[in-house]
Design a protein around this ligand. Structure first.
Ligand SMILES: *Cc1c(COP(=O)(O)O)cnc(C)c1O
Length: 229
């Protein structure tokens, strides 16, 4: 596909999504502001640049080493970019994550939270932190189990440098996601946290109706990913 066509497609997809998001938010009980995170993992650089040139600021990546291949250079050209880390965070990648990312959506255990808190104290950087909840109790999935959320939130709230903002979930595949989104909304209210990262290409409108403030959308913007997911 020519560059020009690529650019038009990505820009058009973003425009359509922004409109759908605005509609879903207007129809939700909460009338919340919703941030569209363009999930650029495993997408070609030309498509990422097309989104940047269309004026989009928020991007999501799920692997630190992949993200560092292009975002430091792109941030020089597009300084207003806001980066969200949405994948499983390994301990040895914490300092890169805190240095390069404005938000981390996937905190799910106390030792990770403590190490991030230490890094925030040492660097003065304070990315927005989301606790990932394994709402479906799925053994293969990251996220803290629902029964451990209460203790974990309290532990995080006692960490002085941790900028705890809300919750994130990825509902199980192949079932209606609304119960999971509703559960996460309840948690946000219970702990008075403002942000909810939930909803992807296939279910973002449902997520917004149930209070999502951040939707993470990849394929509906950029098309199918290259290689593994
Ligand atoms: C890949 C990914 C997405 C985007 O999924 P799409 O179906 O392409 O919209 C959202 N959230 C997380 C955590 C992801 O890893």
């Amino acid at each position: 596909m020519s560059n020009r066509l690529l650019q038009e497609n990505v820009a058009e997809n973003l425009a359509i999504l922004n409109e759908k998001i605005a509609k879903a938010s207007a129809m939700s009980l909460f009338k919340q502001d919703v941030t569209l995170i363009a999930v650029s993992k495993q997408q070609p650089i030309d498509k990422i640049r097309a989104a940047l040139d269309a004026g989009h600021h928020h991007f999501g990546e799920n692997r630190i080493q992949d993200a560092l291949q292009h975002w430091p250079a792109l941030k020089q050209i597009y300084p207003h970019v806001i980066l969200h880390f949405i994948g499983h965070l390994q301990t040895n990648k914490i300092s890169d994550a805190v240095q390069w990312f404005d938000a981390i959506h996937s905190i799910d255990n106390p030792s990770l939270a403590e190490k991030i808190n230490d890094t925030c104290r040492e660097t003065g950087k304070r990315p927005a932190i989301f606790i990932q909840v394994n709402t479906g109790n799925e053994p293969q999935k990251s996220g803290i189990l629902p029964q451990n959320v209460d203790a974990f939130v309290h532990a995080c709230q006692s960490m002085l440098y941790l900028n705890l903002r809300g919750f994130m979930c990825i509902p199980p595949l192949g079932i209606a996601p609304a119960l999971h989104f509703g559960f996460l909304k309840q948690l946000a209210e219970q702990y008075s946290l403002p942000c909810l990262s939930m909803g992807m290409s296939s279910d973002f409108e449902t997520a917004i109706q149930l209070g999502a403030t951040h939707v993470r959308i990849g394929t509906a913007i950029f098309g199918e990913r290259e290689g593994k997911t």
